[in-house]
Design a protein around this ligand. Structure first.
Ligand code: GLU
Length: 427
């Protein structure tokens, strides 16, 4: 697998669109880099009495439109550049979704599976201890991402509340329901992906009930995207994939007549690893990591990590594919983008396609501020409205300027952020 530097990719995408927009290079210089970055060490006492020191990050890319917003990833291959790239994408994501927030991202270099529950709690509290003066409901609001869970958000909120001397649920989102969380937040990213796929199908005149999707990953995003594809659109999902800890490789789990996402979810751990034997018993075929990419499907939905569809593997994509819906952040490299453009494949770019999570996080923050909680139907209805109008704004821009959807999404997002910076007198 090619390794992709997320920050270089984010800068490269930005530079391309900045040129298209004739953006003043001086303003571009403000946006090519994060405004603030924190790298810190987190000592954690392990259950066996030894001390392990972890490296943590928080990057605040831009807060012209409102407090920085973005998840915290716990991943063994985390780097400052990954966090920088993802923070930059959060700025565009919040802008394109038209929520009044900026972009940030955090991380820790760790495989969370290697820690016990109590060690995880100490690591989460330790992360907050290092940055609590630089985050807050009006400054920077973290959330879950790869390797982190609602429970972890609950511990982090508690630690911040203790340090600041007051209950502050709005410091972090993605908290458990009943602990300041919002109904619908768990489903929000995956369902949001499906709202945009539904709109893309209307535009392309594809009948959703006859459509087939091939999906990658089986974490929070893919689980609910698969459920949504089957239950909301009436389509068929032929595969998902996941990382196998025992074998240290990924596998594709497929079924020709369609997988049952709720069944797979019932045999999956909290990090999205499917129980191989139980899946095999239930008739699932277990194929290699890249098999998902080659399936005969109308919709391809990468929903795991970045840099998955590259110049090296994009030619394996089946000719039936009409839509690439980017549930993951940064799954497609510029070389793969060129292939999709040439083959007239419709792209729903990551920071539009997966904006449902942060949009629902915004609703969570609003509910925390009001101390008044909405019903799940109300949350999902508002989410659908926001995602649908964001999709159509990008589609309209892409048709007007005759550009690819990714470029259109960037145009809208950059324009909104630049306007906010100008209104505030920064540039
Ligand atoms: N981590 C998610 C993302 O990449 C959600 C961020 C949030 O809710 O703040 O969009």
């Amino acid at each position: 697998m090619e390794t992709v530097n997320e920050f270089k990719l984010a800068q490269q995408q930005f530079d391309n669109v900045a040129r298209l927009l004739n953006l003043d290079p001086e303003i571009g210089e403000v946006l090519r880099w994060p405004l603030r970055e924190f790298t810190f060490r987190i000592p954690v006492r392990l259950d066996n009495g030894s001390l392990r020191v972890f490296t943590g990050f928080r990057v605040q890319h831009n807060d012209a439109r409102g407090p920085c917003k973005g998840g915290i990833r716990f991943h063994p291959a985390e780097t400052l550049d990954t966090v920088r790239g993802l923070a930059m994408w959060m700025t565009w994501k919040c802008a394109v979704a038209d929520i009044p927030l900026g972009g940030g991202k955090g991380g820790v270099i760790v495989d969370p599976v290697s820690l016990t529950v109590t060690e995880k709690e100490r690591l989460c509290r330790g992360w907050v201890d290092q940055v609590w003066k630089n985050i807050g409901p009006r400054m920077d609001v973290p959330a879950p991402d790869v390797g982190t869970t609602p429970q972890m958000m609950g511990w982090m909120m508690d630690e911040y509340s203790k340090l600041s001397g007051q209950y502050t649920p709005g410091v972090i989102t993605g908290k458990p329901v009943g602990g300041g969380g919002s109904l619908g937040r768990t489903e929000a990213t995956g369902y949001g992906v499906i709202y945009t796929v539904r709109e893309a199908m209307k535009h392309l005149k594809i009948d959703p009930s006859k459509s087939v999707a091939a999906m990658q990953g089986f974490g929070n995003v893919t689980q609910y995207a698969a459920i949504g594809f089957v239950e909301m659109l009436g389509g068929k999902v032929v595969c998902v994939s996941c990382w196998d800890r025992d074998d240290q490789v990924s596998y594709t789990f497929s079924k020709k007549d369609g997988i049952d996402p709720r069944f797979l979810q019932s045999i999956t751990d909290q990090y999205g690893t499917i129980h191989k034997d139980k899946a095999r018993e239930a008739g699932y075929e277990i194929e290699d990591a890249e098999a998902w990419l080659t399936k005969e499907a109308d919709v391809l939905m990468p929903g795991a990590l970045g840099g998955q569809i590259t110049g090296a593997n994009v030619s394996k994509v089946h000719p039936r594919v009409k839509i690439v819906a980017e549930g993951a952040n940064g799954p497609t490299t510029p070389e793969a983008d060129e292939f999709f453009k040439k083959n007239n494949i419709f792209n729903i770019p990551d920071f539009l396609c997966n904006a449902g999570g942060v949009t629902c996080s915004y609703f969570e923050g609003v509910q925390n501020d009001m101390n008044f909680y909405w019903s799940k139907d109300e949350v999902l209805k508002n989410l659908d409205d926001k995602m649908t109008s964001a999709f159509h704004a990008v589609l309209a821009m892409s048709e007007k300027e005759k550009v690819y959807m990714r470029e259109a999404a960037y145009m809208i997002a950059i324009d909104r952020v630049v306007q906010a910076m100008q209104l505030r007198g920064w540039v």
